[in-house]
Design a protein around this ligand. Structure first.
Ligand code: B12
Length: 232
């Protein structure tokens, strides 16, 4: 049951089907459950949220990436697949958010850096951090460094999470670190980064405090950094 449902979620992400009303890329699937309905079915069957995120939604998006790289999929296909993943995440969110909120592990400001529109990974990280008991302020996509730093001051956040998926935008992460230094608050907040082109080495190079390969690593690194001296 579990494997079958996860396979169906992957298939429907690949078909870009948010729900039963969508046709799908290859053939007329209309009327069959889409990602939203399948995610609900998985939850109703007691399948844990991490499995749905990893073996369903994320795996589907990974395959979409591969198909884009081999020229089988084009940008509109990626977009419809991204919308299908979003539909599944919406169904998941109430089951994740606040799961451990009372623990109040600290406040995180999350953003995709300037000129970068990719947000699926960031949204996953937001959902997982919330589920793990952090309070998350999501600034969205294409966020200028100054706005990120302003939000940290307003929200008195102890951690910033930055996402970038493009070689051309990952450099904007360093701007955020510089902006924090300029404002004299670099020592008040920890910075973690993530997204496919980034790495542990890159994090060190730009003066960030941590790097997370995926949403699970994001939780681990956030917990570690806030325990060892974040502000909240
Ligand atoms: C979906 C997608 C899009 C969608 C985005 C929709 C959306 N709402 O996000 C659309 C169609 C808009 C798009 C546009 C473009 N894209 Co695009 N896109 C992708 C694709 C297929 C998947 C990305 C994704 O969602 N992955 C799934 C998520 C779950 O994974 P993830 O983002 O890596 O996130 C995980 C980790 O990285 C980590 N993580 C992420 N953020 C953070 C943050 C923190 C703090 C931490 C700790 C961890 C963390 O945790 C996440 C969960 O596990 C990738 C291919 C790929 N293989 O990655 C290309 C890709 C990223 N895109 C690419 C390109 C070139 C573009 C365009 C320039 C195309 C064009 N010519 O217009 C534009 C740029 C638009 C812009 N200015 O940003 C290239 C980038 C190459 C590069 N390295 O520079 C890729 C790699 C495709 C390719 N091989 O060419 N894209």
């Amino acid at each position: 049951m579990k494997e079958k449902l996860m396979e169906s979620i992957v298939e429907n992400v690949l078909q870009g089907r948010r729900n039963e009303e969508d046709e799908g890329i290859e053939e007329d699937y209309t009327g069959k459950p889409g990602v939203a309905e399948l995610t609900q079915q998985a939850l109703d069957n007691g399948i844990d949220t991490n499995t749905i995120l990893l073996d369903g939604l994320s795996k589907g998006m990974e395959l979409v990436g591969q198909k884009y790289e081999t020229g089988e999929y084009f940008i509109p296909d990626m977009l419809t697949a991204a919308e299908a993943v979003e539909a599944g995440m919406e169904v998941m969110e109430p089951h994740l958010a606040g799961k451990g909120e009372s623990e109040g592990k600290g406040k995180v400001v999350m953003a995709t850096v300037e000129k970068d529109l990719h947000d699926i990974g960031k949204n996953l990280v937001c959902i997982m951090l919330k589920g793990a008991g952090f309070s998350v302020v999501d600034l969205g996509i294409d966020v200028p460094s100054a706005r990120i730093v302003e939000a940290v001051e307003e929200e008195k956040a102890g951690l910033i999470g930055l996402s970038a998926l493009l070689n051309t935008t990952m450099v904007n992460m360093e701007d955020v670190v510089k902006e924090l230094e300029k404002k004299g608050i670099r020592d008040k907040v920890k910075v973690i980064i993530g997204g496919a082109p980034t790495s542990e080495d890159f994090a060190k190079e730009i003066g960030a405090d941590g790097y997370g390969k995926d949403a699970f690593a994001a939780i681990r690194v956030a917990e570690q950094l806030l325990k060892t001296g974040g502000d909240s």
